[in-house]
Design a binder for this molecule. Structure first.
Ligand SMILES: C[S@@+](CC[C@H](N)C(=O)[O-])C[C@H]1O[C@@H](n2cnc3c(N)ncnc32)[C@H](O)[C@@H]1O
Length: 372
């Protein structure tokens, strides 16, 4: 890089120049990553990957199979091949004769919604959040919030689809299976009742019902569109007779019921009134009942630079979760980076007698058991 032009004062050290060049490279890589996510989002929304999974296609064939415009599809296919997500049989063939295919090793990542390797929804989520940037710039000036509803279907569905594989594969056998008394109660008679609070797209409630064939699960969420999504997801399963979904504010002290277990997955940091929610949930617990909370596995304290989990969570925080909670005034205004000490304080203020951190291994979440 031209040092004289970028450092007119001539004070840059060799370390400064190395740091400058590293940042240039890092931002260039981030731009490439952003293009990959945008292309993935388009491919996912238009059903291009399932069509390619049926067999290699030329651009005109893929366009015809998916009801899309051939010239756009040609550009998309070329981008996907150049970036290494798709394979191409003969780069020298004419632009409409080349055949593109989905490598076997990429299928699970792009097409299998219950695989732990499924990453396709991250694109929908990221693009949906980024679409709100103009409103967010205003919000940074005014302090106003942006509602979960305002982020729209891409964020709602992307978030639900991102968590679905963990619930489908780990919630029953690994997570609850490692808590012997809860696991035993969920298998016993009379059938246990579980309240799944802030249930979003409903996959956790569905996974609970699948893992424990006797239990009944009531899922609730403040957001009506999330409950519509949860009901649509439930309709595709075989557990619809043991799961209900309703639109409710979990902070409502009028919530009624008697539950052996309550769960809150990745949502305590999203509550504008977390103490009110945990108090209301505490009142729902039968004697001996517990609340299981899973929230972000962020560090105990702020440190910088942080690791990938910390960076990931701060990204979600400024772009989504903090604006969501600031919709309400007053608001606890927590945001995605909820340190364990914050959860302990909220739980104590809500009247829970004990907060145990559970020895469950998970890359992104920490598990807490709140005892009534
Ligand atoms: C990050 S999503 C998590 C959804 C789901 N638990 C999952 O893991 O996929 C957070 C959810 O909290 C819900 N939420 C926020 N405040 C709430 C409240 N006061 N009562 C009920 N749900 C609430 C939002 O509508 C949103 O669906």
């Amino acid at each position: 890089m031209d040092t004289a032009a970028s450092d007119p004062t001539g004070t840059a050290t060799a370390d400064d120049e190395a740091a400058r060049d590293a940042l240039v490279g890092r931002l260039f890589e981030a731009a490439l990553g952003t293009f990959d996510l945008a292309a993935l989002h388009i491919g996912e929304r238009l059903g291009l990957y399932p069509a390619l999974a049926e067999g290699p296609r030329t651009a005109p064939e893929l366009a015809a199979a998916t009801g899309t415009a051939p010239r756009y599809i040609r550009e998309w296919l070329e981008q996907q091949a150049v970036t290494g997500i798709l394979a191409v049989d003969d780069t020298d063939a004419g632009e409409d004769e080349r055949r593109y295919s989905l490598p076997n090793g990429h299928r699970e990542v792009l097409l299998h919604p219950e695989s732990l390797a499924f990453m396709a929804p991250v694109a929908r989520l990221m693009m949906g959040m980024a679409a709100q940037t103009p409103s967010l710039i205003d919000a940074f000036r005014t302090g106003a919030g942006l509602s979960w509803e305002a982020y729209g279907a891409d964020v709602r569905e992307g978030q639900a689809s991102m968590n679905r594989p963990m619930f489908a594969n780990l919630l029953g056998p690994d997570w609850l299976g490692s808590i012997p008394d809860i696991d035993a109660r969920l298998r016993a008679d009379p059938p246990a009742r579980v309240a799944d609070i802030a249930v979003g797209g409903g996959w956790s409630a569905i996974a609970l019902a699948r893992a424990y064939p006797k239990i009944h699960v009531d899922g609730l969420d403040l957001d009506p569109s999330s409950i519509d999504l949860a009901r649509a997801n439930l309709a595709t399963t075989e557990v619809a007779d043991r799961v209900t979904f309703s639109t409710r504010d979990a902070a409502d002290p009028g919530l009624a019921g008697q539950y052996d277990l309550a769960t809150i997955f990745e949502a305590v940091h999203d509550f504008s009134q977390p103490v009110a929610v945990l108090s209301a949930v505490r009142n729902l617990l039968a004697p001996g009942g517990s609340l299981l909370v899973a929230d972000e596995r962020v560090a105990e304290q702020f440190t910088a630079p942080g690791d990938a989990v910390e960076r990931f969570m701060y990204g979600f925080s400024f772009l989504l979760c903090l604006p969501n909670v600031l919709v309400d005034d007053p608001s606890a205004g927590i945001g995605t980076v909820m340190r364990p000490s914050v959860l302990r304080r909220i739980a104590t203020e809500a009247g829970f007698s004990r907060v145990d951190v559970l020895p469950i291994e998970a890359d992104f979440w920490r598990f807490y058991r709140l005892v009534k």
